[in-house]
Design a protein around this ligand. Sequence first.
Ligand SMILES: [Zn+2]
Length: 363
Amino acid sequence: MALLKLGENIGIMSDNEKIEFSKFKSKLDAEVKKKIKPDRCLYCGEKTSQLCNSHTIPQFILRRLSNEIGEIYNSNILIKMPMLMNNVNGIKSAGVFKLICRNCDSQLFSDYENPVTYTDKKLITDKVLAQIELKTYLKKMNIRYYEREMIKEISKLGENILEEREKFVELDIKENELYIKEAKDIVERENINNKHYKLAYYKKLNYVVPVAFQDVLVLITGFDGNVINDIYNEDPNYVLQGLHICIFPLENSSVIMMFHSKKDTRYEKFFKDFNKYKLNEQLSIISYIILLYSEEFFLSKKIKEELLRNKKINDVAQQTSINETNIMEIFQKVSLKLAVNKYDLNNYKDIPNLLSKKYAISR
Ligand SMILES: [Zn+2]
């Protein structure tokens, strides 16, 4: 069965075909998930059959966005990917992965999982940022394991999957391992010297935004038309530099953070330009970056309908991502120049700002 093509054609499929496809997809999905479940904790190496359901975004944050029965929207409400048909998640299953043991999950992330941590910028130490980085890369690792296995499964069906994609996944797994090791060292360190990360942006807003987000993104360009990361560079020594972004809606406020490793100097000019904007524009730019680059964010069930229906928001979210998270697109011969055009952040002005006070949610 032409799985990928079938997925692409879902718009013109009959209802019966859609049901068949959906059944086939969930069977494959379940098989792959079973296969990638490790028998050891990825963190401590202990053998265990009881891996924890780890959350990439702390549950107390997701809970803030949910309705009475604990539901939130996932990004598919805007992206509308044919292969992934669910728009709604229970907060218990949102952004969940199984790679580490219960013991590690409960010990390693105590600051990150504590609402008090986000009440004051002073409390955002390297230890907290390392915990965030660790969580983010573990989740990314899980996605890569899934893709690696999926490529194998699809190949078995005789599907002509790109060999290059396989190479990319392997390479990225190796890079992620390095980041995980780096974060692990800081998480376990007794004395924190706050020398590893640069918390380039921290804002506490006195209202609750309808979005929750935590990921590391590889920005291609900023505002000046120059390249930040050359995503087509094939030199094995050229490492893509990631920017961590967190959008955490809290009880009566929201915290927005951006940080990166101090070693990653490619973001200096970006922040020099970014800092010149006023607060509302900065928030608008961050909102645009999330829509433009990310395939996983969560929206409140109480978000204003006009935002979900807004054509411009939907168009940006649905742009074929050439970011590294997309399975098929990265090896299309799109020139870097085209990518720079497409990802030019000056275009933020046309898109409604999800982080604006006017879209804040109430209890
Ligand atoms: Zn463990």
